[in-house]
Design a protein around this ligand. Structure first.
Ligand code: G1P
Length: 293
């Protein structure tokens, strides 16, 4: 299969990051100095994606606006000779073809993905959830695409999570195929710890085939009364082979306060102009906090 399109779901209410997300969509909150949505779009482009379908909720157009030209700001930067900043800003102007789909009601992730059906059409596509961002030598989506293309089958990202975190995720049961690669034999959304089939959680990167749409249409509300993508995946796995890949790299959960903080530090330490000063500050902050205990 050849995957050209990625659906990025940015329609959530962001309740876990309130009050920061009261006015600003959580996808616009920064990772160092880039909105999370831009980090995800850059991952898509680096993975070879040619078209992005943003699923947004009504009234929350800021995510889309971020990728539009900002004429006044550009003129200002040009006049002041701030050419490096001008270059940064211009790089966010439609770096790839964008389409927007709307999720009128917050009826769940499966329902959000379904809103992209018309824009996706009858071809395989990726789904990216901007709460999850990744750092590693090969973009997480590219790693999944390599598996999906080689096996000609839908593939999702997997991460082993501590048992206490199991109820936050879609959890899969697996049959090992080769190093890091599993065939998915079952899955359940946000199970209680004692009912979890494994410690493998689905992370927010998926490569899917368009037959998932019909299964989402048929889908009944699941965990939390929402139409769950995980339930659609389970139905899909009963019709065709579905793989899970334990990706290589670090994942941050931007929808969570600790994940948001560690992402700033993790990505900050990767920035050559910030790394030395940040490392020095971290060392002294740690010493101070430990001596104050
Ligand atoms: C969603 C999915 C869940 C997956 C998670 C990854 O949950 O429903 O299966 O494990 O993303 O981040 P949410 O974070 O929207 O509650």
């Amino acid at each position: 299969m050849k995957v050209r399109k990625a659906v990025i779901v940015a329609a959530g209410l962001g309740t876990r990051m309130l009050p920061a997300s009261k006015v600003i969509p959580k996808e616009i909150l920064p990772v160092v100095d880039k909105p999370a949505i831009q980090v995800v779009v850059e991952e898509a482009i680096a993975s070879g994606i040619e078209e992005i379908i943003l699923v947004l909720s009504p009234g929350r157009t800021t995510v889309h606006d971020h990728f539009q030209p900002a004429t006044e700001l550009e003129r200002h930067l040009e006049q002041r000779g701030k050419l490096d900043m001008l270059d940064f800003i211009r790089r966010t102007n439609n770096p790839v073809r964008f389409t927007t789909a709307w999720q009128e009601m917050p009826l769940g992730l499966g329902h959000a993905v379904l809103q992209a059906q018309e824009a996706v059409g009858n071809e395989p596509f990726a789904v990216m959830l901007p709460d999850d961002i990744f750092d590693g030598p090969v973009p997480c989506l590219r790693q999944l695409l390599d598996v999906a293309e080689a096996r000609d089958a839908p593939t999702v990202a997997l991460l082993r999570v501590p048992r206490t975190e199991i109820p936050k995720y879609g959890i899969v049961s697996v049959r090992s195929v080769e190093s890091r690669l599993y065939e998915l034999t079952g899955m359940v959304e946000k199970p209680p710890i004692e009912e979890a089939p494994s410690e493998f959680a689905i992370m927010g990167r998926y490569v899917l085939t368009p037959d998932i749409f019909a299964l989402l249409v048929e889908g009944k509300p699941g965990a939390g009364g929402e139409i769950q993508l995980t339930d659609g995946l389970l139905a899909l796995s009963q019709r065709r082979k579905l793989y899970g890949y334990e990706f290589q790299g670090t994942r941050y959960d931007l929808g969570d306060r600790l994940g948001f903080l560690t992402a700033q530090i993790g990505f900050g330490l990767k920035r050559p102009e910030l790394a030395d000063s940040l490392r020095r500050w971290l060392k002294s902050a740690l010493r101070e906090s430990e001596s104050g205990r």
